[in-house]
Ligand binder design. Structure first.
Ligand SMILES: C[S@@+](CC[C@H](N)C(=O)[O-])C[C@H]1O[C@@H](n2cnc3c(N)ncnc32)[C@H](O)[C@@H]1O
Length: 281
């Protein structure tokens, strides 16, 4: 497990500007690196945790029309297609969409678009929407929920996966080793405050270079934001990392901590049909 101190770099986290709409173009700059990291079926975390978890929560019928919102280079779109869905993937990054097209079978449709304004789709076009490790990269998030509600048919499902906002806030959470109790625990420095956090991506380690941004929000912002848009959460799962320490004096404690403090939060929300209020006269 990485160090016991919270790592800080020069670029500081901040509160997102009130009412600001951020256009996160940064993924364009790291598209090649991200594509080589993820590949056709994703790293172990995808193959063992995310992809099977998403397919299970989705409870999809064959030929369901599914939108992969902020699809990146299409790792989940391809898994949905293999499972029999009719898939459309949308992402803000032109470069990642080109990579998605190259890596995927021709029956997946990929489009460049901003998840907050997908005017090119008619309402109720999809049986299901997935959004994987992307909601945390979009600010503000409420327009995305409104678009999801508009694009889903009544009782359609949204499955959203984010890094766990209660335990895995970049720069604001860290592992701690308690020598006396021989325990690894998770320290949280902040939680309730929404934060805009710069992330230095690995291959771009020049000092001060920041290439993507994570927007931290507490869990209530997700559940209440979804409900306000007409999307009611009917499943919540917390997924642990499958990583294991095999040797070293702290291996047992590290494995226990990984199993206790989840890495991902998965939410499934259902699009409620508009209420039919009977006329009284
Ligand atoms: C961590 S990547 C995840 C990509 C993909 N879902 C996956 O699992 O590999 C985050 C993605 O969000 C996309 N993104 C960020 N802001 C967006 C927006 N406003 N609309 C659509 N996509 C956006 C980025 O271009 C990037 O592909």
């Amino acid at each position: 497990m990485k160090g016991t101190q919270t790592k800080r770099t020069k670029a500081a986290e901040s509160r997102p500007g009130k009412g600001s709409v951020e256009t996160n173009q940064s993924w364009e700059d790291v598209a090649d690196w991200y594509d080589s990291l993820v590949g056709d079926e994703g790293p172990r975390l995808y193959q063992e945790v995310i992809t099977p978890g998403v397919l299970r929560l989705l409870e999809m019928d064959k030929h369901n029309k599914v939108l992969d919102m902020a699809c990146g280079q299409g790792v989940i779109s391809r898994a949905l297609c293999r499972a029999g869905a009719q898939v459309t993937g949308v992402d803000l990054s032109q470069r990642l969409i080109e990579m998605a097209r190259k890596r995927s079978p021709g029956d997946i449709r990929y489009l460049v678009g901003d998840a907050r304004h997908l005017d090119f789709f008619y309402e109720a076009s999809f049986d299901a929407i997935v959004s994987i490790l992307a909601a945390q990269n979009i600010e503000p998030i409420e327009p995305v929920f409104v678009e999801c509600a508009r694009l889903l048919r009544p009782l359609g499902r949204l499955v959203m996966v984010i890094t766990h906002p209660a335990f895995r806030i970049p720069r604001q959470s860290s592992w701690r080793w308690d020598e006396e109790r021989k325990l690894v625990s998770r320290q949280m420095d902040r939680y309730l405050s929404p934060l805009s956090i710069p992330i230095d991506m690995k291959p771009f380690r020049e000092p001060g270079q920041t290439t993507t941004r994570t927007y931290h929000r507490p869990l209530q912002a997700y559940v209440n934001g979804l409900a306000t848009a007409g999307l009611w959460v009917n499943a919540l799962e917390e997924w642990a990392s499958p990583k294991r320490s095999l040797s070293g004096p702290k291996a047992r404690a590290e494995n226990r901590a990984r199993a206790e403090f989840p890495l991902f939060l998965a939410l499934r929300a259902v699009r409620m049909a508009p209420l039919q209020i009977p006329k009284t006269h």
